[in-house]
Design a protein around this ligand. Structure first.
Ligand SMILES: [Zn+2]
Ligand SMILES: [Zn+2]
Length: 478
């Protein structure tokens, strides 16, 4: 593959804006449910920030044309599927690239590019109309989302408070019950050995004097007789003076249960088991911020690859492999419901050596894909004489694929090494940045931190091998 260097930098951070504040009394239908979750919405300024693009290298304009085409195509698909925020970002990114950035390219005035530029400008008019129509819709969605979050948090706080109150009440009841049970157990195990008297129990209580002679309360059954007559209590003189002769004098009431008998045995044991809170009301779940369902802020989209792709590719290119010539193919496919699927393997016209291969007549390849709305999702090539790895040439080639589509993969197969193949992508960071900034001239060269530059794409979890049909198109025969 030809070494291509182009860079399309896009802002990748989409943070929530906690300062936004609107008041919408009711939730409108603007919020999109995905399963049990509500689509997270962002203020338009953040969507605009996400749409920034810039060219930082003099990459052939053709690659920017293709990138622009990809952006426009994806924007339309997301719009059709109802993901308006992603659609807006992609339309804006497309407009920024076509209207502002392309003209900075040194090759912009080359008359050969005129048909491309005219077509892209026409699409840019459409994209601008779409973004203008989307703006008020997205603003309303964001307002509704803010209101939804406020209402939800208030409801959860109220539930939490109510549950906490119930919990405390139940704890209190359990503690009281346990203490009561322990007290009864203690009394049953340690019956008093002497007769208890109220008067004796009151000995030493300030202001209460024993009557002369002290009355005794007898108990034949070793039970505490708490039914002590109030008249047996000698009240302080001051009290007697105050209410002397008044039959309605309010006598202080002494409740039997307030009179604690003098224990004769060992002190009551502590409760034998902890207070059971099994029946306590459950606290509501913690406040959950909505799952970030925005397509571009939750990482790589799933890329589905037909499981038979490798075998079928190796069969087709076997004549080259026998001659120790590399062969490459393009993994083309579609975007649907936020998933990318490889549907077509295109073998373009190409030239090859034992260590390199370069596509020729790329217009034919682009045209084939454009006519069928096929996106470029990655590429595959053989190493007929070497093992399976990404050479420096491969890294630079793949960089342009991955900048065009972050999910793009590079499959390398070394047919002479049994089942030796790999599915790779550049790390981000540092791989993308190292390769983008590399200015080394020799075709094959070393990169600093070589081990961290690319990685197994399957380990990232975004590649799924699925038993799917695969169309193979060999443009070399046309
Ligand atoms: Zn290679
Ligand atoms: Zn390099």
């Amino acid at each position: 593959m030809p070494r291509t260097m182009f860079v399309l930098l896009c802002s990748t951070t989409l943070a929530t804006n906690p300062q936004a504040s609107h008041s919408t009394p009711t939730l409108s239908i603007g919020l999109v449910m995905r399963g049990t979750k509500v689509e997270k919405c962002f203020p338009r300024q953040e969507l605009n920030d996400r749409a920034k693009v810039s060219m930082v290298d003099s990459t052939p304009l053709r690659f920017y044309f293709r990138t622009a085409e990809h952006l426009f195509k994806q924007a339309k698909i997301y719009q059709m599927e109802g993901d308006l925020q992603t659609s807006y970002i992609l339309y804006m990114r497309f407009c920024n690239l076509v209207i502002s950035e392309l003209q900075k390219h040194p090759d912009y005035t080359n008359p050969d590019h005129k048909p491309w530029l005219l077509a892209l400008r026409k699409s840019a008019m459409t994209a601008l109309k779409e973004t203008e129509a989307l703006k008020p819709v997205l603003d309303k969605k964001y307002e509704d989302y803010q209101e939804y979050i406020r209402q939800r948090e208030a409801k959860i706080r109220a539930q939490a408070m109510e549950a906490q109150q119930q919990l405390e009440m139940q704890r209190k009841q359990n503690t009281e019950r346990n203490l009561r049970e322990q007290q009864e157990l203690h009394w049953a195990d340690n019956p008093p050995t002497q007769t208890w008297s109220l008067a004796k129990a009151l000995e030493g209580v300030p202001g209460v004097y024993p009557a002369q002679p002290a009355h005794r309360v007898h108990s034949r059954h070793h039970h505490y007789d708490n039914t002590v007559a109030v008249s047996e209590i000698q009240y302080p003189e001051q009290y007697q003076r105050q209410y002397h002769g008044r039959s309605e004098a309010p006598m202080p009431s002494i409740q039997p249960q307030q009179l604690v008998p003098t224990p004769t045995g060992p002190p009551p044991a502590l409760p034998r088991k902890p207070v059971s809170l099994n029946n306590a009301p459950k606290l509501p779940p913690k406040i959950q911020i909505e799952e970030d369902v925005h397509e571009f802020s939750r990482g790589l989209r799933t890329l589905i690859v037909p499981v038979r792709l490798l075998d079928r590719f190796l069969n087709i290119v076997r004549p080259n492999t026998i001659k120790n010539l590399e062969t490459c193919g393009i993994l083309a496919g579609v975007l649907s419901h936020n998933r990318l699927t490889v549907t077509t393997l295109i073998i373009p016209k190409q030239t090859a050596t034992s260590d390199t291969c370069s596509t020729t007549n790329e217009d034919e390849l682009f045209e084939y894909q454009s006519e069928r709305d096929l996106m470029t999702l990655g590429w595959i090539h053989t190493h007929p004489t070497q093992t399976c790895f990404m050479s420096s040439v491969d890294l630079h080639t793949h960089c342009s694929y991955q900048l065009m589509l972050p999910e793009a993969i590079a499959i390398v197969c070394a047919p002479k090494h049994d089942k030796d193949y790999g599915v790779f992508r550049l790390t981000d960071p540092p791989g993308i940045q190292v390769i983008t900034n590399c200015r080394q001239k020799p075709l094959f060269h070393q990169h600093p931190g070589e081990d961290d530059i690319y990685t197994d794409a399957c380990d990232q979890g975004h590649v799924e091998l699925v038993d799917l049909d695969l169309e193979i198109v060999d443009l070399r025969r046309k």
